[in-house]
Ligand binder design. Structure first.
Ligand SMILES: [Cu+2]
Length: 313
């Protein structure tokens, strides 16, 4: 009896592998510890009610733990939200591959990132990746060891923000409230911005409706050429509205990955061995005590920031 209970517990635990958490943030080439500056939950489940306050920074059925840390982020840099099945999972355990859908990211300017509740007005979208050529945004993140690249606009005012990274899973979204929204909020401080543009902001909850074509959808009737309408407002960009030349809506993955046209079976890896390795933009490539790869990806050079830290830029 004891053993069958254990087996049952293991079985239910593996079912939960379907879910995911934005557990840590890689910024300025530093991979911060799990839960550092992020309000991570004790349970990895989704939010399915888009009208709930919990759609802003999670909570409710997935109680979150406050963090007193704030992560420094350079305006114009690309950060990686890192997703894992649980707070202790490794890079091979991101989210169940059936969880197909878009990835998105939002910012909200706040007075104090450690205490702002998140829900309410003030949000603007800075990244989205939906569906193209049969490939979903979530598949790219799963196959990129959980890394979700987000470019921080360079034209915002400096100060504290909440960074809300989101993955929306649509495998059960054909019925009302079948959508699974996964999100956490990181507490960041942006510096070096030009403060030349002011985003239009929106409310969370509010921007998503249960009947949105990107929320209530049967993805199994789609084919390679189907159009998917990403929910929420258009992404904010620093470039002029009529120009497509500086779009920040779909940050490129590191040069070492080739996901855009591949299927999920081609999992890219970032080599860690000193021979034949490459370091992606903004990742660490040197510094006192650093023993990892020091060869930057094509187009980047290893630039010293301080005695302990050099990054590919
Ligand atoms: Cu799930």
């Amino acid at each position: 009896m004891r053993y069958s209970l254990v087996a049952a517990a293991i079985a239910s635990a593996s079912l939960a592998s379907a879910h995911t958490i934005f557990v840590q943030l890689e910024a300025n080439g530093v991979t911060n510890p799990v839960s550092h500056g992020i309000r991570t939950p004790s349970y990895d489940g989704p939010i399915s009610d888009v009208t709930s306050n919990d759609v802003a920074c999670n909570g409710g059925p997935n109680p979150t733990t406050p963090s007193d840390k704030i992560i420094d982020v350079k305006a114009g840099s690309t950060v990686n939200a890192i997703w894992r099945h649980t707070l202790t999972s490794g890079p091979g355990d991101v989210m169940e591959a059936s969880h197909l859908g878009p990835t998105l990211a939002y910012l909200k300017k706040v007075g104090d990132a450690t205490t702002d509740k998140g829900y309410g007005d003030g949000w603007f979208k800075i990244q989205e990746d939906g569906y193209s050529n049969g490939v979903w945004g979530t598949s790219k993140v799963i196959n990129n060891e959980g890394k979700h690249p987000i470019k921080i606009p360079d034209c915002l005012p400096d100060g504290q923000y909440l960074l809300r990274a989101e993955m929306i899973a649509l495998h059960a979204a054909g019925s009302s409230k079948g959508v699974q929204l996964y999100m956490e909020c990181a507490q960041i401080n942006i510096s070096g911005g030009s403060a030349t543009k002011t985003p239009t902001t929106y409310s969370l909850p509010g921007i998503y409706k249960q009947n949105d074509p990107g929320i209530l959808i049967n993805i199994y009737s789609m084919d390679k050429n189907s159009q998917y309408v990403i929910p929420g407002p258009d992404p904010f960009t620093c470039s002029a509205a009529s120009s497509g030349g500086d779009s920040q809506t779909t940050p490129k993955l590191p040069a070492s990955t080739t996901l855009a046209t591949s299927t999920k079976t081609t999992a890219p890896t970032t080599p860690t061995s000193p021979s034949g390795c490459t370091v992606a933009q903004w990742a660490q490539c040197g510094g006192s005590g650093f023993t990892g790869c020091s060869t930057c990806a094509s187009g980047y050079t290893c630039q010293k920031q301080n005695e302990y830290y050099s990054q590919c830029a």
